[in-house]
Design a protein around this ligand. Structure first.
Ligand SMILES: C[C@](O)(CO)[C@H](O)COP(=O)(O)O
Length: 239
């Protein structure tokens, strides 16, 4: 009964307008991806870590992992053309080493370095109890619908909306079957694992996220992350 973290670090980060991919940018002398890996390294119920990495960055990542004591890192594979294909490559590689009926995989964005121990624990709990776990937070803003990108005449009731984050956690055996079904049905452009499940008509279960579990997409997000680190060290760094 293993809990395996699959960290997705295959993106080039074009919205950050930097030469270095965002997951490898340094904040306080530490690459962003290392903050993320440390969260899973420190969690007592995470048994192994696999990373899907950008082509050409594998050796650099392995060197950083050694430097920062990420001993749970078992393998690094190169990403695919899309996020979903990168996830699939990671799952296929994990399946070479893990075949247990009870093994679960926590799929997490490398660029969400503020993931807390509580978020990881709740994902494991919900997945083991209900079969999967999608980290979500409530939608607190008014959501406008637009058809032209400039104006709106409609809104989506926010009470029915949840904002998704990662980790998104599944039984390894089941998510491999879901990917097989998606390939057979020609569904290949889902944005995330949760979208794939929805597109195949499967039910998803929510686990508790946090506003602080931000995805570092733009340079503004890096400023927010740096500010968060200066006022509140993540729970796993405090121990
Ligand atoms: C998986 C995700 O983080 C959930 O909020 C998000 O969908 C990832 O989107 P991206 O386009 O791969 O950054």
């Amino acid at each position: 009964m293993k809990n395996i973290a699959l960290i997705i670090a295959g993106g080039v980060g074009s919205r950050m307008h930097q030469d270095i991919p965002k997951q490898f940018l340094n904040v306080n002398d530490k690459p962003i991806i290392i903050y993320t890996l440390e969260a899973f390294q420190k969690h007592p119920n995470i048994d192994a870590i696999e990373v899907v990495c950008l082509k050409g960055w594998r050796d650099i990542l392995c060197a950083y992992a050694k430097q920062f004591g990420i001993t749970k890192l078992e393998n690094v594979v190169t990403g695919g053309e899309t996020g979903l294909k990168s996830i699939r490559k990671g799952l296929y590689d994990i399946a070479k080493r893990y075949q247990g009926e009870d093994d679960i995989v926590l799929i997490h964005d490398a660029i969400r370095p503020m993931v807390s121990q509580d978020i990881i624990s709740d994902n494991i709990r919900v997945c083991r109890e209900y079969g999967n776990a999608i980290t979500v937070i409530p939608c607190t803003a008014v959501m406008l619908k637009t058809m032209d990108g400039l104006s709106s005449m409609d809104q989506v009731p926010r009470d029915n909306l949840k904002i998704t984050q990662t980790p998104q956690t599944f039984f390894l055996k089941e998510i491999l079957e879901v990917h097989k079904e998606a390939i057979e049905k020609g569904i290949d452009d889902s944005v995330a694992s949760c979208s794939l499940y929805v597109e195949l008509g499967r039910k998803l279960y929510h686990s508790i996220g946090s506003e602080k579990n931000i995805k570092l997409t733009t340079s503004e997000d890096i400023e927010i992350f740096t500010a968060l680190l200066s006022v509140e060290r993540p729970d796993w760094l405090r121990k």
